[in-house]
Design a protein around this ligand. Structure first.
Ligand SMILES: Nc1ncnc2c1ncn2[C@@H]1O[C@H](COP(=O)(O)OP(=O)(O)OP(=O)(O)O)[C@@H](O)[C@H]1O
Length: 604
């Protein structure tokens, strides 16, 4: 197990050396002689080399010891010979990288105009999270805090926290922020709507404000210091909006890049300088291949919805971005993975991206919050529409949520979404739809129309299942129940957020029997009433071998490193994770190596 920074770097280096090298060389690194010279941080920070002067640029040595040089610059202050006020760092206002700061639009301006804004973002029942069980594992876990005041995030960030009307940290923030501020890698699992975005944004912003960073070595290429990846365009936009609030008037510049939107505008934003890049994987790969973004200076990597990012759909792109371009390896960069669900096989995969990490579970891994009242109703396929109409009528009639009560209806297919939207509209229910076959403009319009309450019913595929924080979603209807219980957890998590209560109704029939057991277990765990007929289905599917994605181990250990199978895999070091690939095939090669250059996700 690495005992010091130097050890951890050398462990990471050995690992990198052991891995089969990618033959892919990003365009901006081509035609450069392989060099064992260190990256020229000293030059940048010491301003011996200007942004125009590339002659001293050692660049990452793709084939050699990229990190053999001044590693200290990545871990201990990034200063090289520079430093605050030396004229060469990122924080130097004459350096040109934060020249947009004075023109920064007020990201809180819309909040005041927002009709639903509450005086304090404490929610109806924010204390509901207080007695939630918390588990941490790993070496030397930093202790949690109870208040924002205890965390030294800096005055500017503290002011923004007040502007956000956050009174106290949520449980995941209490634990995750001190861990992240201590520079530790983190795998954090906490329930939907419990404030994970701020939990990774605050430490990143604060770290960038405090750090001394070398000057970006080349003009027209963006060199972000932090990368936040998320699976959907809408979620990336939302994280960008949140991060801009948290970073307001700190000098930290946040830029978003996502597919489906004109790339030129995003390129212009990137050219103005970027400290934190929020991106969807497909668009980022595009920018990397165009050599308009370099990951060479990445100090922080956050994967939101990390289990989704590492599952089969995204894994090749994530490996390409994180392992096959010029991003510093684990142990040099700080990596944080967040989600409400973390199946064990994904935890195992994640080892490739982490170094000596802390595992944090707030509530049980993959559980839903008991702020959401869950109902399951037996509805035949052919009766689903009329049943939905009954629910919508009842919701309208009881009027308890007033005009603005929003209903999100999840269906399995894009075609199904189109057809249900059409049917609802024909029957007098103002509905819109969002799915992967709609243009980005249509997607954004639908979401806006839903959020403002103009169209209070949104029919959606799983593209809207994760991360979206839409206030006043009173009811989530699973018109089609997903095959994977984790998707169900994320879908219903669009309601019952930030301490508020919500309602989720699922239409169950024979077609869903494979998920009966995990659904019944999940409901029971969240103190929900499980109908007797569902328990019978669950019992039947247990005998019949219903496939539980969590391998039947769902309610056992949460940090998979505690599993005996993990040790049998040859890894004796529980938490050092020095031997990251043991038991999982060739180093770095758990899954098929990246083979689909230019592959873009349908979601992206
Ligand atoms: N400390 C806090 N006090 C009050 N509200 C908060 C606090 N932290 C976050 N929130 C609010 O809680 C809501 C949910 O936060 P966020 O979207 O980060 O949840 P999440 O855990 O990422 O959810 P998901 O798993 O669905 O992605 C947001 O509206 C956010 O502004």
């Amino acid at each position: 197990m690495p005992t010091s920074w130097a050890d951890s770097v050398s462990a990471a280096e050995n690992l990198a050396a052991a891995r089969p090298r990618s033959s892919y060389v990003p365009p901006h690194l081509r035609n450069r002689p392989p060099s064992t010279d260190p990256p020229a941080q000293v030059s940048y920070a010491g301003h011996a080399a200007s942004a125009q002067d590339q002659s001293g640029y050692g660049g990452p040595n793709v084939g050699g010891s990229r990190w053999s040089g001044p590693r200290n610059d990545f871990r201990s202050g990034y200063g090289g010979g520079g430093g605050r006020g030396s004229g060469g760092g990122w924080n130097n206002r004459t350096g040109g990288w934060d020249r947009g700061r004075d023109r920064e639009a007020n990201p809180f301006a819309d909040d005041d105009a927002e009709p639903f804004v509450e005086p304090e973002n404490s929610g109806i029942n924010f204390d509901a999270y207080e007695d939630i069980p918390v588990e941490t594992s790993g070496d030397n876990v930093p202790p949690p805090v109870n208040t924002f005041v205890e965390i030294d995030l800096g005055e500017a960030v503290n002011l923004n926290i007040r502007r956000c009307k956050y009174v106290k940290p949520t449980p995941v923030q209490k634990h995750a922020i001190p861990i992240a501020l201590a520079g530790r890698d983190l795998m954090a699992c906490a329930q939907t709507g419990s404030g994970k975005t701020a939990a990774f944004c605050f430490p990143i912003i604060s770290g960038i404000m405090r750090g001394q960073f070398p000057r970006p070595p080349r003009p027209r290429v963006a060199f972000p210091l932090a990368l936040i990846l998320s699976p959907t365009r809408e979620l990336s936009c939302q994280i960008h909006d949140e991060a801009k609030k948290f970073a307001y008037q700190t000098g930290v510049r946040v830029v978003v890049a996502y597919g489906g939107a004109p790339i030129n505008q995003q390129l212009r934003e990137l050219e103005r300088g970027v400290h934190i890049l929020v991106a969807t994987p497909g668009r980022l790969v595009d920018l990397l291949e165009r050599a308009r973004v370099s990951l060479q200076m990445i100090r922080y990597l956050a994967l939101d919805e990390a289990d989704r990012m590492l599952d089969m759909g995204f894994e090749p792109q994530i490996r390409k971005i994180v392992q096959q371009m010029d991003m510093p390896p684990p142990g040099v960069r700080q990596t944080m993975l967040f989600s409400a669900t973390f199946p064990k096989e994904i935890q195992r995969l994640a080892l490739d991206f982490l170094s000596s990490y802390i595992f944090l579970a707030v509530g049980r891994v993959g559980s839903s919050t008991d702020l959401i009242v869950q109902r399951v109703e037996y509805v035949q396929e052919t009766d689903k529409r009329s049943h939905l109409m009954d629910l919508l009528h009842a919701q309208r009639a009881n009027g308890s949520h007033g005009k603005q009560a929003l209903t999100l209806v999840f269906v399995e297919t894009k075609k199904g979404a189109d057809s249900l939207e059409h049917w609802l509209c024909m029957n007098g229910f103002p509905a819109t739809a969002i799915h992967g076959d709609r243009t980005q403009q249509e997607r954004e319009y639908a979401l806006r129309s839903f959020k403002t309450g103009n169209t209070p019913i949104l029919v959606a595929t799983d593209v809207a299942a994760r991360g979206l924080d839409i206030p006043h979603v009173a009811h989530v209807v699973n018109f089609d129940i997903p095959n994977d219980i984790d998707d169900y957890v994320h879908r219903i998590g669009r309601t019952g957020r930030a301490g508020k209560s919500g309602l989720a109704t699922a239409f169950f029939n024979e077609n869903n029997s494979s998920v009966a057991r995990s659904l019944a277990d999940l409901m029971q765990e969240a103190n929900q009433e499980v109908p007797a007929w569902l328990s019978r289905y669950a019992a039947r599917s247990s005998h019949g071998g219903s496939k539980n994605r969590r391998g039947g181990n769902r309610f056992g250990g949460r940090d998979f490193r505690k599993d005996s199978s993990f040790n049998r895999g040859g890894v004796t070091d529980y938490y050092g994770v020095a031997n990251m690939s043991s038991g999982y095939g060739a180093p770095g090669g758990y899954a098929t190596p990246y083979s689909g250059a230019g592959v873009t996700s349908a979601w992206d």
